[in-house]
Design a protein around this ligand. Structure first.
Ligand SMILES: [Zn+2]
Length: 64
């Protein structure tokens, strides 16, 4: 079961640049390729606020 509904993914957009966002590989966030920011998904609810965005991990230092 996907973490969020596909129709929801279709309507979600980055609050900063309004580009469409994509589900991260881990399925726990939504990534804006333009801003290089990941918005977390908490309890199945995407946190689509500008201040919720976290800079995309640029390297391997952000180990799980
Ligand atoms: Zn953006």
């Amino acid at each position: 079961m996907p973490p969020i509904e596909s129709w929801l993914l279709e309507v979600l957009a980055c609050p900063r640049c309004h580009e469409k966002v994509a589900l991260t590989a881990g399925g726990d966030g939504l990534r804006c390729a333009r801003c290089r920011v990941v918005y977390p998904i908490e309890d199945g609810i995407p946190q689509m606020l500008p201040e919720s965005g976290r800079p995309e991990a640029g390297g391997t230092k952000d180990a799980q």
